[in-house]
Design a protein around this ligand. Structure first.
Ligand SMILES: NC(=O)c1ccc[n+]([C@@H]2O[C@H](COP(=O)([O-])OP(=O)(O)OC[C@H]3O[C@@H](n4cnc5c(N)ncnc54)[C@H](O)[C@@H]3O)[C@@H](O)[C@H]2O)c1
Length: 390
């Protein structure tokens, strides 16, 4: 994680977070531990709990506890009550900055009325931001939120390249099919969908894109993909990948038209994009697990549909999620966002704020440097020209 490492070196040289109390609710993985160490290097006091008990790596928790530099309250598979107790304790521990992955910690602090000393928070997920924006609209949000996952480097690394690659990795690990020559239907052409479509094309698949937004649909066409409604694509696809954020994007009317042994996978955050009750209703029997993470549904006319990972997010359920390189830029951005909040010192208004583009540029600069890539700079004359057109 060289980008985060570079931020850590700067923090260690001039600890700008000295004494800052940080509470973070994150997936407790090795990458998160590196992030926590970087915040410590900046002088912060860091307490961690799990964003999801199932993603907690106990050996990472043990290593952090043994080091004794960071407070950690989490265990893999901990019961709901223990998980909620950890969250509540962290929320009420008077943190100045929160780092969240789903807004649960931030919401918990609001529910406890424990937001008095809070300078601000960093939120890393789209559903979390939806919730926080709804709170802001109701006048219930009491602190500034930096929308890290809407920064451009996040969109590029996390959504496009991370999700693009790891989604296909999930499909391949579960099925071991050859993508070349197959028709892959991608439903949703946002940042994540663009990544999936491009990677599938690179693997030799014929890619069809389904969209509801005319701009995105046009962009997909200009990017060289076939574009059509899902009903038309249903009869053509060998592999269907939903990545839209919307419910029932694939439903009964589509299942009726699909080819024998069509593969259905979801890369959207929630398991609502493939209509699972409709799939169960279309099948003559309960599904049969034909391979690990592959459920076969047999329809009345004998066609078989293969659902991956029970419709859950396929890159996490059937593959290893994002590579460490993706988390490298993601956590570097979060570290810079925390520093930004600390410098602002509570002067940012309550509400959801975009991340300053300068932080995005800084992460891009560090990433380029880690790749040994140099780029040009505008000279003085060029700068004058582009600023004033003189
Ligand atoms: N698996 C992962 O690791 C991962 C990573 C990033 C995002 N996501 C999830 O993927 C989903 C999409 O994320 P995004 O950042 O690309 O969002 P986005 O909003 O940029 O794009 C979603 C696209 O889907 C389109 N869409 C909506 N309903 C549709 C429908 N019925 N049919 C076809 N297209 C439809 C929208 O018009 C939009 O262009 C979200 O659920 C997000 O949480 C997952």
């Amino acid at each position: 994680m060289p980008v985060l490492g570079a931020v850590g070196e700067r923090f260690a040289a001039a600890p700008g977070l000295a004494g800052l109390r940080i509470a973070a609710c994150l997936h407790l993985t090795a990458e998160t531990a590196v992030f926590a160490r970087v915040l410590r290097a900046g002088g912060a006091r860091v307490a961690l709990c799990a964003a999801n008990p199932l993603s907690t790596q106990d050996e990472v928790v043990a290593a952090l506890l043994a080091e004794g530099e960071v407070e950690v309250s989490a265990a893999r598979g901990e019961p709901r009550a223990a998980y909620a107790a950890h969250l509540a304790r962290l929320a009420s521990s008077a943190p100045q900055v929160m780092i969240d992955d789903g807004a649960e910690l931030i919401v918990c602090a609001h529910e406890q009325g424990a937001t008095a000393g809070l300078i601000g928070a960093v939120e890393n997920t789209s559903p979390g931001l939806v919730r926080l924006r709804a709170m802001a609209a109701d006048g219930a949000l009491r602190c500034a939120i930096l929308a890290v996952n809407e920064a451009l480097t996040e969109r590029i690394f996390n959504d496009r390249y991370g999700t693009g690659q790891s989604t296909l990795d999930g499909v391949l690990r579960a099925t071991n099919i050859l993508l070349a020559g197959r028709t892959v239907v991608v439903l949703g052409y946002g940042f994540a969908g663009r990544g999936v479509a491009r990677r599938a094309q690179g693997a030799g698949a014929v890619v069809v894109v389904c969209e509801v937004d005319p701009l995105r649909a046009l962009e997909a066409r200009m990017d060289g993909f076939a574009v059509m409604p899902a009903l038309a694509a249903a009869a053509l696809g060998d592999v269907f990948i939903t990545v839209s954020g919307a419910p029932s994007v694939l439903r009964g009317e589509h299942f009726e038209l699909m080819r024998d042994r069509a593969v259905l996978a979801n890369a959207g955050h929630f398991d609502v994009e493939i209509d699972l009750p409709a799939l169960a209703a279309a099948a003559v029997d309960p599904p049969r697990e034909v391979l690990p993470l592959v459920d076969e549904y047999v329809l009345a006319d004998g066609r078989r549909l293969h659902l991956l990972a029970k419709g859950r997010v396929v890159n996490l359920a059937a593959a290893a999620g994002h590579p460490a390189e993706v988390m490298d830029t993601s956590f570097a951005l979060q570290a810079l966002a925390v520093e930004h909040l600390a410098r602002a010192g509570g002067s940012l208004e309550a509400g959801v704020h975009p991340l300053a583009v300068e932080l995005d540029r800084e992460v891009a600069r560090l990433k380029l440097a880690s790749l040994g890539i140099e780029i040009d700079e505008l000279d003085e004359r060029q700068q004058r020209y582009v600023r004033s057109f003189r």
